[in-house]
Write a new protein. Structure first.
Lengths: 223, 199
């Protein structure tokens, strides 16, 4: 989707602001979000593509005005509610409880179960066994598709309809555009594609610059 | 707090706690999961497995060759299984810098937690379109005759820069060198500098 998350080349965000002596986490809640995300992926409540697409559907103004781990919170909660893992009314009620009583007890795991995140762990890899040879050879000229899907995609807006060259083959990987929507892995070959900065940015390009993007085969046309 | 750290209100903190609480009760989140995350990123896997690999590569040409050509095997020397790292090498003719414009992909297993600026719109929007300007703001002026290669991590591969070794690197052992290799250098927004008289 052509969402606010697709930031490459946008103007207006000002200088990069660095934080001196940044701590690993700015509060316990950030570590909780990281722990929940790892557990949900490991248990299989959702996959990484569904999670990313969950974040992409944040309210755009909220996305730009909130911190990175708030993005995660929003995406995790959205997908867990959509999948029925967490009930929206339960989450709202529990949120109000902790707003009113921040020290209320967290709750405990159900009796008689072992450590939860141990069972059913899945291997988290996007690599799959190739079922077809790569269509493009190293050094081939390609053009990226002009496409504006309403759903999830990993072809950034700034690199659509552009000329590039196959730099390297990166293996055979789960296709996010289907995986994010419950349509299966449908794996494809992935290539590192090299773009000349001038072909992406025209006269605004800086000198002597190239951009390399990892792209799935169906994003590419022989040029 | 500035653009990097919009104020986090108590609604967010309460909602995270609510989600934690519900997932604990459902048996989907292990009771020690949060403590394990805190321990992992505050102590044992700070950013520095990648720094150790770079330090070793600077001292050992055979390891350098493996790190660039078979990073999975090279990382395996540290007891880590990580099969999706691509290592890109800085040279006098070429500087590499890494970004994820679509989200904030980053090799956590090798470089620890990403810095907040890496995840914010200013870096993600500009690193692909005006990298020289961005690098100059980091204090790294790359002359026009030196090529810049920007790696946008749009798939499940992850990128790490192999910085150029400082002139005096040979004086230090691997541990001492690794301590001076920052995550900024591994992202490609800084060079590695050794303090005067480091030994």
């Amino acid at each position: 989707m052509d969402g606010v998350h697709d930031l490459g080349g946008m103007h207006g965000f000002g200088p990069v602001e660095r934080e001196e002596n940044e701590p690993p986490f700015h509060g316990r809640w950030e570590a909780v979000v990281v722990a929940i995300e790892a557990a949900m992926l490991a248990v299989g409540c959702y996959n990484i593509d569904e999670f990313r697409h969950g974040i992409e559907r944040m309210d755009p103004a909220h996305y730009l005005g909130s911190s990175y781990f708030e993005h995660w919170l929003d995406g995790i909660a959205r997908v867990l509610m959509e999948k029925g893992v967490v009930d929206a009314a339960d989450l709202d009620a529990r949120t109000r409880l902790f707003q009113e009583r921040p020290d209320a007890p967290l709750g405990a795991p159900p009796a008689g179960t072992g450590p939860a995140a141990g069972a059913g762990r899945r291997a988290l890899t996007s690599f799959r066994t190739p079922v077809a040879p790569p269509r493009f050879a190293i050094g081939s000229a390609v053009t990226t598709r002009t496409m504006h899907p309403a759903g999830h995609t990993r072809l950034p807006r700034y690199a659509r309809g552009k000329r590039g060259v196959i730099e390297a083959h990166r293996g055979f990987h789960v296709f996010p555009d289907t995986s994010a929507h419950g349509l299966g892995d449908q794996p494809q070959h992935v290539y590192s594609v090299r773009f000349e900065a001038h072909d992406l940015w025209g006269e605004a390009a800086e000198p002597n610059q190239r951009i390399y993007i990892d792209l799935w085969e169906s994003y590419l046309l022989a040029a | 707090m500035g653009k990097n750290h919009p104020n986090v209100d108590d609604y967010v903190i309460s909602r995270v706690r609510a989600l934690e609480s519900l997932l604990l009760e459902k048996g989907l989140l292990a009771p020690d999961a949060v403590d394990r995350v805190i321990r992992r990123y505050e102590a044992s896997t700070g950013p520095m497995l990648g720094a150790r690999a770079v330090a070793r590569a600077w001292r050992d040409p055979a390891y350098r060759h493996r790190l660039l050509n078979d990073p999975t095997a090279a990382l395996g020397d540290f007891g880590v299984t990580y099969d999706r790292l691509v290592v890109v090498e800085n040279t006098p003719a070429r500087h590499n810098v890494v970004v994820c414009t679509l989200c904030s992909c980053y090799p956590w297993d090798v470089m620890g937690l990403p810095p907040t600026w890496y995840k914010m719109p200013a870096y993600r929007s500009r690193a692909v379109s005006e990298p020289r300007q961005v690098l100059a703001e980091f204090g790294l002026v790359v002359p026009p005759e030196r090529e810049i290669r920007v790696w946008d991590s749009s798939a499940e591969l992850r990128y790490m820069v192999l910085p150029m070794a400082p002139a005096s690197a040979a004086r230090l052992d691997e541990d001492a060198l690794a301590a001076h290799i920052t995550r900024e250098a591994l992202i490609g927004v800084a060079e590695v500098h050794l303090p005067d008289g480091a030994s």
